[in-house]
Design a protein around this ligand. Structure first.
Ligand code: DAT
Ligand code: MG
Length: 152
């Protein structure tokens, strides 16, 4: 399967609730490889660029307020089909529609407090990683267990 990279944001509610470890742990144990990580407060500018696609929608202003309300943990994860795998681990956007066992099912109730962001397509993964991380903030590394998790 094709190697992909995806941007994951542990949103302010997940940071406040002490769920950074829970999110990271689920992605690690799935077999995905961490290639970038930073804890940060995000600017209005970055928030608007990241969620530009939702500009004009009724929830846009509250979404910007939410994502800028406290620090976030931004991460880049790599693996075969990483985009779909991570979306599946997070669960559907609305926590009440998220599959049992997914993060949003297990820890959330409301769409406006749904804990994480994950890129929704391979193309957006590339764009979002570029938006959030400088090239020298990403680490390409050979993980000892890679051949036992990745077929190729
Ligand atoms: P996702 O975060 O699953 O990719 P999205 O890209 O459609 O979902 O929307 C981005 C965020 O905006 C989502 O995580 C929560 C918020 N949001 C989406 N739809 C919403 C709605 N109908 N009402 C309130 N907030 C919404
Ligand atoms: Mg989205």
């Amino acid at each position: 399967s094709p190697m992909e990279r995806t941007l994951v944001i542990v949103k302010p509610d997940a940071v406040q609730r002490g769920l950074i470890g829970e999110v990271t742990s689920r992605l690690e144990r799935r077999g995905l490889k961490l290639v970038g990580l930073k804890f940060m407060s995000i600017s209005q500018d970055l928030a608007h660029r990241h969620y530009g696609i939702h500009e004009g929608k009724p929830f846009f202003e509250s979404l910007i307020r939410y994502i800028t309300s406290a620090p976030v943990m931004a991460m880049v994860w790599e693996g075969p089909n990483a985009v779909a795998a991570v979306r599946q681990t997070m669960g559907a956007t609305r926590p009440t529609e998220a599959a049992p066992g997914s993060l949003r099912h297990d820890f959330a109730l409301e769409v406006g407090r749904n804990l994480t962001h994950a890129s929704d397509t391979v193309e957006n993964g590339v764009k979002e990683v570029e938006l959030w991380f400088a090239p020298d903030e990403l680490v390409s590394w050979a993980r000892a267990v890679d051949p036992w998790v990745f077929e190729q």
